[in-house]
Design a protein around this ligand. Structure first.
Ligand code: GUN
Length: 299
């Protein structure tokens, strides 16, 4: 039987509605309107498109958003100066520096420059540490947080399940593993395996998964023979593949061979329309959390 398709688009719409209502309440209570700054260095078309979507979604729920576009050759010191300015700006509660950054800029230095209480991406080492110890003040990376919401709101039990994460990036794979492993009945308490590029016989691991989360950046990596019948499959991959039949000349596909895996899985997320919209919804939710001062004290 074909799998249930989990619509991230629909669920993200619900969450955006919840965020919009929270902002209305904050405004009615005389609290500050949440403010988000997005920083984009260079002109990578995919990054431009993501940042545009994030700003549009922010404005739609009532967040004041400010987009800062900086040239590809900006010196690191100058970028750090922009971030310092945003750290000190009382109207800005969330700061997002879109990745990847140009090679001449130290990613670590930039991510550490963002004030942890405004770090709505959850990439600052303070937030990485807070998340690792399940501190409620952690600002948690948006994509894995979005996957947890997808699972919980779809009624998928994680406790005691075998969860296999394919990919160990700082943005998705590692935090995903930690959230699934956390002592938390809401999307945690799983038995977790994190597989990666050097994992021997990947299929041996993925076939054990009750919940399979794939964030590897390889189109079609996960085929039907690698999936246990009845498993829940969450596809985090967003890959552009050439397609001359499309106006843009490409189409977006995930890391999972959707058409064949949907015949084996019990539930599956599509690409696009799965995890992507949830990532943006969690960014909005993190911005409200930061504006409420719940992302740890501001220095
Ligand atoms: N590049 C790819 N994913 C992300 C993300 O979640 N946040 C930022 N800032 N950059 C990214």
């Amino acid at each position: 039987m074909a799998a249930e398709i989990i619509s991230g688009t629909k669920m993200a719409r619900e969450i955006r509605g919840e965020v919009a209502r929270a902002i209305e309440e904050m405004t009615a209570a005389g609290e500050q309107i949440p403010g988000l700054a997005t920083v984009l260095v260079g002109e990578d078309p995919a990054s431009q498109s993501y940042v545009r979507m994030k700003n549009r979604a922010a404005r739609e729920v009532g967040i004041r958003s400010r987009q800062i576009d900086l040239p590809d050759d900006i010196p690191e010191e100058e970028l750090l100066g922009w971030i310092e300015g945003l750290n000190a700006d009382p109207e800005i509660h969330g700061i997002l520096v879109q990745l990847p950054l140009p090679d001449h800029i130290g990613r670590g230095a930039v991510l550490e420059a963002v004030h942890p209480g405004k770090d709505v991406d959850g990439f600052h080492p303070v937030n990485v540490g807070r998340m690792a110890v399940s501190d409620p003040a952690a600002l948690v990376p948006c994509t894995p947080q979005g996957v947890v919401e997808l699972l919980v709101r779809s009624g998928i039990e994680t406790r005691g399940q075998n969860a296999v994460v394919v990919g160990r990036s700082n943005i998705v794979g590692r935090p995903m593993g930690q959230l699934l492993l956390a002592e938390n009945p809401r999307g945690g308490d799983a038995t977790v395996t994190v597989a990666h590029l050097f994992t021997r016989d990947l299929a041996e691991h993925t076939r054990l998964a009750d919940i399979l989360v794939v964030a590897a950046g390889h189109p079609g990596l996960i085929t039907a023979d690698m999936v246990k019948p009845g498993a829940v499959v969450i596809d985090v991959g967003i890959n552009r593949v050439d397609d001359s039949s499309r106006e843009k000349g490409y189409r977006l596909v995930g890391d999972v061979a959707f058409d064949e895996v949907r015949e084996v899985a019990s539930a599956i997320t599509p690409v696009p329309g799965g995890v992507g919209p949830m990532t943006i919804a969690m960014l909005l939710s993190n911005t409200v959390k930061a504006a409420r001062g719940l992302g740890g004290p501001l220095r």
